[in-house]
Every structure is written in structure tokens, then in C-alpha cells.
Design a protein around this ligand. Structure first.
Ligand SMILES: NC(=O)c1ccc[n+]([C@@H]2O[C@H](COP(=O)([O-])OP(=O)(O)OC[C@H]3O[C@@H](n4cnc5c(N)ncnc54)[C@H](O)[C@@H]3O)[C@@H](O)[C@H]2O)c1
Length: 448
């Protein structure tokens, strides 16, 4: 099948490469000429484990190409998959300008039937906006569909994406479910055909109305974020009452109705999805006269939690951190990605800098992206290895739970730090085993 993917970011590139891997002929479009140039030269502009190999083998097989040429991309795919960004607008609502621009471009250039599949995370009602934008462009070209059958037909479907950065290839290839929101059979049939190879083992495809599909994606992210904020709030209570949140986590996760996933206390969630999606869903609630009180609490708790490490640091070292130096492990918002959007590391570093401290940071893949965001500055240095970040530091701060941080040589850590103090924002270690090494340990929800 010929497929066009509009937007070659984390979702678009993974979707395009994985669909090409199944034998489809995929053309990925982006408006960013820098990204497309990197891809055309055999590189990959983002870090996602395994993505480079999938791209390379499909480019070599002639099934995957990249372009900035809109006319070419519209002509190519029977299915036009929109995977552009939907960042937060000023009022918290999802900014749909890129989605609508992509729709208009299709309307301006299409010359035959197309299915427009919205993979971007978009609020309820967006499919109608996409349909209207395309229709306006067709009307302007005198190509409206009429009972006489002269004009051009198209279908708009919602096809939200649930992949996780860091495990995106696996998630795309083995999805828990594939959601299709549609109101016409022709489009459903084509989407079923496209996803047929994912269905071999069992039926994962759920067809529903468009609005339910659009809401499903937000509901999923809102539920996951709620679990995180719930555990973070309980972790803070655990500290006050002298309990250990890790014991509590195991105690409740063993209940099959609750389960262990997404139940870790930590220093707050970030990333390209949860923060903006929570805000967008809240905004939808307000627009419909139904403020979502639970989500407001989720957001407030997370905002506070991103400052918890700073609070612990100032409680230990005082509010004035001039002359203090910190080692920081983990910049990316989570392991397995170089994505720094809304990362907790940014809140921690900016807070430390505002109080006069300096930082040496290490991250396995996100240092380049961090440099891109902050540029050269005297109060931020980078270390090539975790241990190289430690010399002269008054404490080690752990912000991202990369595997490589989980079993450090504590002797080496202790001997390099100026003061043997660890602030562990992800509860990577057992407090007693760190303390036995003569290291002062501060975790989340386990100050017992
Ligand atoms: N990143 C994730 O883990 C994830 C998971 C599920 C869903 N989503 C959703 O998928 C969407 C895309 O997210 P992402 O992380 O891939 O974003 P991204 O910022 O990595 O990529 C979006 C790309 O779209 C391009 N673009 C913008 N306007 C365009 C246009 N008119 N034509 C062609 N290209 C255009 C941008 O240049 C950019 O490269 C968002 O709605 C997001 O919420 C993301």
C-alpha cells in the first residue's frame, strides 16, 4: 500500500519506518528541511533505539523515502497519515495549527480519493476541523463532491498512537490495541488492510466513532499521569509519617486490580505528551462546562513534584547555593530517548542555577539536545561517563532512571564526590545499602 506520513518526528518516523518494514511503500514528509536533509543523507535526526536500522534497511529496499515536497507527498499515499506536533497553546488547549496546515495542504493538492488518518493526539472535534479544512480547499478549487459525482471524495479517520518513546518500535509492531475512529466503511476497510499484518496473532483493532477514538488517547494518558501523581503525593505523605513508599508500592501493586505498572514515585513526569495532553483535556472539560477536578490535582501535584529534589537539596545545603557544585545523572525526560520536552532535569538545573550552583551533567544520549537548548554556559558542563560527572561535586542528583545508573560502583562514587551525598529522584537504590557504604541518601518517599 502507498502511505504518506506527514510529520517526521518521533511518531511519524517510527510509524513510517515500521509500515515500510511490512512491505508498504512509504513517503515521509516534513516541513523542516534540516530533518529531511539528515534523513536523505542516511542519518536519523532523533534518538530512538533500533530506529536507525529499520530506516536504513527500508531505504535500501526502496520502500521508504523522505521529502519536503508537499505535492509529491499528497500524490503518493492513498492513506495520508498526519503525525505533526500538537503542542500546548497559551490557554493550555492543543494548538492545532500544524494539523490544520497539513489538512489544507492535502486539500490544495489532492486529485483522487484519500483517507486522512489523524495519528497526532488531538482533542475531540478535530476530525471535523480537518474535514472542513480539506473541504474548503476543494471548494476553492471547484472540486466539491456533488451528487453528480464530479468532485473529489475523501475520508477522515482518527487513529491515535499509543507508542512510548524508548520502546517505540516494539510498541508500534506489537500494539496493545489499534484504535480506529471512523464513520465510513470504505475508510475502515483501508485502515483494516493497512493494519492487517499486526492482527495475525489476535484481533487488536477496535473500530469506534471518531469522537470516542479522539477521547480514548487523552483518557489513556490522563489515567497514566494520574497514577504517577497519586504515587508521588503518597510518597510525600510516606515521608511525613515515616513509611517507605517502595513497600507501599509493592503492597498495592500486587493487587491485580491495581497492578505494578506506572506506580513508581519519583521526581515528576515530563515529556512531550503527558503535560500537554493533561492540559488539553482539562481545556476540553472547561470548554464543555465540566472542569476536570482530578486532572487539575494531577497537574498541581506534578508541578510540585518536579521541585521536590530542589527542596531536598536546599533543605540539606541551604537556600543559597553559591559555590556549590552538583553532579547530575539523567537529562532526558525518561530513559531510552533524547527528548528533553518538559524534562524534570530542566526544572532541577534551572533551580540550581538560580540559586548560584553549577552542574556537571551526564546522559547517555540527551547531552546534544541539552546543549541545543541551553547553549554554552559557565554553570553547565557535560561529562562523557557517569563517574566523570562526580569530581568536586557536593552531591550526586539522579533525575532519569537509565539502566546504566542502576548499579554504580559506590566506592568509586564516594571517592570522587566532594561530599558523599546522593539525591535519588527515581528511587534506584535501596537506602540501607547506600548508607552502608557511608553515603548519605535521599530518596523519594523513603526518608525513614
Ligand atoms: N512522542 C510520543 O511519544 C508520542 C506518542 C503518541 C502520540 N504522540 C503525538 O503524536 C504527535 C507528534 O508527536 P511527535 O513527538 O512525533 O512530534 P515531533 O515534534 O517529534 O514531530 C512533529 C513533526 O511534524 C513536523 N511538521 C509540523 N507541521 C508540518 C506540516 N504541515 N507538514 C509536515 N510536517 C510538519 C515538524 O517539523 C516535526 O518534525 C503529537 O500530537 C503527539 O502528542 C506522540
Amino acid at each position: 500500500m502507498k502511505i504518506t506520513v506527514i510529520g517526521s518526528g518521533y511518531v511519524g518516523l517510527v510509524s513510517g519506518a515500521c509500515l515500510a518494514d511490512l512491505g508498504n511503500n512509504v513517503l515521509c514528509l516534513d516541513v523542516d528541511p534540516r530533518k529531511i536533509a539528515i534523513l536523505q543523507q542516511g542519518g536519523v535526526p532523533i534518538y530512538e533505539p533500533g530506529l536507525d536500522q529499520v530506516i536504513q534497511r527500508n531505504v535500501a529496499a526502496g520502500r521508504l523515502r523522505f521529502t519536503t515536497d508537499v505535492a509529491e507527498s499528497v500524490a503518493h499515499g492513498l492513506i495520508q497519515m498526519i503525525a505533526v506536533g500538537t503542542p500546548s497553546g497559551e490557554d493550555g488547549s492543543a494548538d492545532l495549527q500544524y494539523v490544520v496546515a497539513a489538512a489544507r495542504a492535502i486539500g490544495r493538492a489532492m486529485t483522487e480519493y484519500k483517507v486522512i488518518a489523524d495519528k497526532s493526539t488531538v482533542p475531540v472535534g478535530t476530525a471535523d476541523k480537518v474535514r472542513a479544512a480539506i473541504q474548503e480547499e476543494l471548494d476553492a478549487r471547484g472540486l466539491s463532491h456533488s451528487p453528480a459525482g464530479k468532485g473529489l471524495e475523501f475520508s477522515v479517520v482518527s487513529n491515535p498512537e499509543f507508542l512510548k518513546e524508548g520502546a517505540a518500535i516494539d510498541d508500534f509492531n506489537r500494539p496493545d490495541r489499534i484504535v480506529i475512529g471512523a464513520d465510513d466503511e470504505r475508510a475502515v476497510k483501508l485502515m483494516r488492510d493497512m493494519y492487517a499484518p499486526f492482527q495475525r496473532n489476535h484481533d487488536r483493532l477496535m473500530v469506534m466513532d471518531i469522537k470516542s477514538a479522539e477521547l480514548t488517547k487523552y483518557a489513556a494518558n490522563a489515567m497514566l499521569a494520574t497514577r504517577i501523581s497519586f504515587m508521588n503525593e503518597l510518597a510525600n505523605l510516606a515521608e511525613k509519617v515515616g513509611a517507605d513508599i517502595e513497600h507501599v508500592r509493592k503492597g498495592i501493586g500486587s493487587d491485580q486490580r491495581i497492578g505494578y505498572h506506572f506506580l513508581y514515585a519519583g521526581c515528576g513526569y515530563g515529556g512531550s505528551c503527558f503535560p500537554k495532553d493533561i492540559r488539553a483535556l482539562q481545556r476540553t472539560g472547561e470548554d464543555f462546562g465540566l472542569p476536570l477536578k482530578i486532572l487539575q490535582a494531577v497537574e498541581d501535584v506534578n508541578h510540585a513534584q518536579k521541585n521536590v529534589l530542589l527542596q531536598k537539596i536546599t533543605a540539606r545545603f541551604g537556600n543559597d547555593l553559591k559555590g556549590k557544585h552538583f553532579a547530575l545523572w539523567g537529562l532526558a525526560f525518561k530513559p531510552g530517548t533524547d527528548d528533553m520536552r518538559d524534562a524534570t532535569s530542566r526544572v532541577v538545573m534551572e533551580g540550581l542555577w538560580a540559586k548560584g550552583a553549577t552542574v556537571t551533567a551526564h546522559d547517555p544520549v540527551a547531552m546534544k539536545e541539552t546543549q541545543h537548548i541551553y547553549g554554552e554556559r559557565a554553570d553547565l558542563r557535560y561529562a562523557e561517563t557517569p563517574l566523570d560527572a562526580l569530581p568536586d561535586a557536593d552531591a550526586l542528583i539522579i533525575v532519569t532512571e537509565w539502566k546504566a545508573f542502576k548499579s554504580p560502583d559506590f566506592d568509586a562514587v564516594k571517592s570522587r564526590l566532594k561530599q558523599p551525598v546522593i539525591f535519588d529522584g527515581r528511587n534506584l537504590f535501596e537506602p540501607s545499602s547506600v548508607q552502608e557504604q557511608g553515603i548519605e541518601y535521599h530518596g523519594i518517599g523513603r526518608e525513614i
